[in-house]
Design a protein around this ligand. Structure first.
Ligand SMILES: Cc1cc2nc3c(=O)[nH]c(=O)nc-3n(C[C@H](O)[C@H](O)[C@H](O)COP(=O)(O)OP(=O)(O)OC[C@H]3O[C@@H](n4cnc5c(N)ncnc54)[C@H](O)[C@@H]3O)c2cc1C
Length: 440
């Protein structure tokens, strides 16, 4: 009998297993995948994601093989902002959510999942968790309405049953646990982006760049193996036409959104892998917990990749759920109290506002005139630029940055005017042209 069985051994599952094992609990973590392996995902980590790794003592191992940087550049319709999530906001985030602010770092990195997930799995095993890879859970053991264990098969094909006081579903957006229990999805947002990316050598552009123009976007981020991850994305309504010629439309998107990046990739880039892609990124929430089970990561909260937050959220969930379960497993609180504590932090008003922010961005409608004016107003105001980046990364509350009074103050103090930026020259015409499907 284990204290906890964790299904899924990646960002949310291996981290949960690691933290529970370090707290002295008997943990089994299983995954049908073998490691090292990638998943259909890019892999950018904001500073709070990096800080979680640092809090768990894993950051040095990651940084030994991964380039990191301390700023990001965000370019919207040619309006460039460079900044970083402020350390004091990071500290506040950790104090509010986890009660302490140890381990905060202000760096960014893009860590291949074949690298990161292996480090997490090894750390979980090193902490004493039993790790079974190549093991597929096929049934939940349910007694008197309570999940009490799992049945599954390992690589040898033999069916085994294991029991635990709690089963943690860390099994991704198509969660087996959620489907088996018939859990409903709610706050579903079908509108999302399509995303295609690959890995390129031959150039070094420094820190991460995120570009947006009209309804399309691209990003370039240095990653492992001396390569760059170059990603393009756009509205799902345009995905059918995009897919008609993936390599051609990938380059066409780069050329449209950032002609400089497009030229760099075309002239100097050597593509090291195939172009990966996904269309399935609709957002939803599921119930967090029930008798004998709890969900973490994408299993509970799936959302579009457009703010690159899912892995950091998975780390957050791992720390929150392991702290809650630890108190229950030690007998300090009842399971209901433990789950209420987890739910209280996960279902805060700020979390709801951020979910809405991501889902709205994922619709990929062109920025409005007033939104672009706001980006102009931020130029030359480093403090507010940094606060905007912190808001986009879910470190600072959406409601604080985007409150009307803050936006008025910003515009009043703006050092540049919209006349300095080309997008405003024929704004109506530009907006109309942005509605046309580039790939049709
Ligand atoms: C295109 C794209 C780009 C993204 N880019 C970023 C980014 O830049 N930054 C970021 O932070 N996030 C990004 N994300 C989101 C990120 O990938 C997810 O939020 C993250 O992987 C969630 O981690 P997880 O551990 O909850 O689930 P997963 O990583 O999905 O892991 C679930 C695991 O459960 C296992 N499993 C499932 N069912 C079973 C079963 N029955 N038995 C055994 N094992 C099982 C699977 O094998 C899998 O290994 C992106 C997502 C997409 C789609």
């Amino acid at each position: 009998m284990y204290d906890a069985i964790v299904i899924g051994a990646r960002c949310s599952g291996a981290s949960t297993a690691l933290l529970l094992a370090r707290q002295g609990h008997r943990v089994l973590v299983v995954d049908r995948a073998s490691f090292p392996s990638d998943v259909i995902s890019t892999h950018f980590l904001w500073p709070h994601g990096m800080s979680y790794l640092n809090r768990w003592g894993l950051l040095d191992e990651v940084l030994a093989v991964t380039p990191a940087h301390t700023t990001v550049e965000v370019v919207n319709d040619g309006i460039s902002l460079t900044g970083s999530v402020p350390v004091e906001l990071l500290r506040e985030y950790f104090r509010d959510l986890h009660g302490d602010d140890s381990g905060v770092v202000q760096s960014y990195a893009s860590v291949r999942r074949r690298v990161l997930d292996q480090i997490l799995v090894d750390a979980a095993a090193g902490a004493g968790a039993e790790v079974r890879t190549g093991f597929t859970v096929r049934e939940l053991v349910v007694e008197d309405g309570q999940v009490v264990g799992v049945r599954g098969r390992g690589a040898d094909g033999e069916q085994v049953e294991e029991r635990a006081r709690i089963v943690v579903g860390a099994d991704g957006r198509n969660s087996f646990v959620a489907r088996t229990l018939g859990l409903p999805k709610f706050d579903e947002r079908p509108r999302c982006t399509f995303a295609y990316w690959s890995y390129w050598s031959g150039f070094d552009l420094g820190p991460a760049q995120l570009h947006r123009r009209g309804r399309l976007a691209c990003a370039v981020v240095p990653t492992n193996f001396d390569q760059n991850m170059v990603l393009v994305w756009g509205p799902s309504e345009w995905s059918r036409e995009f897919r008609a010629d993936v390599p051609g439309n990938y380059q066409r998107t780069l050329d449209f959104v950032s002609p400089e990046l497009g030229e760099t990739v075309r002239a100097r880039g050597v593509r090291e892998e195939r172009i990966y892609g996904t269309l399935d990124q609709s957002a939803f929430l599921r119930p967090l917990h029930g008798p004998g089970w709890v969900l973490v990561g994408d299993a509970e909260s799936a959302k579009d990749q457009c703010t690159a937050i899912g892995m950091t959220h998975a780390f957050r969930d791992a720390e929150l759920v392991s702290a809650a379960l630890d108190r229950w497993l030690r007998g300090a609180v009842s399971i209901d109290e433990a789950m209420a504590a987890y739910e209280g932090r996960r279902r805060s008003q700020n979390a709801a506002a951020y979910h809405d922010y991501v889902c709205t961005l994922a619709e990929m409608r062109p920025y409005r005139h007033d939104e672009l004016q706001l980006f102009v107003a931020l130029r030359g105001n480093q403090q507010e630029t940094d606060r905007f980046i912190a808001t986009h990364a879910d470190v600072a509350p959406v409601s604080e940055f985007f409150q009307a009074s803050n936006l008025f103050l910003l515009n009043d103090a703006a050092k540049e005017s919209s006349a300095d930026h080309a997008v405003f020259a024929d704004f109506a015409g530009t907006s109309r042209s942005y509605q046309q499907n580039l790939f049709a």
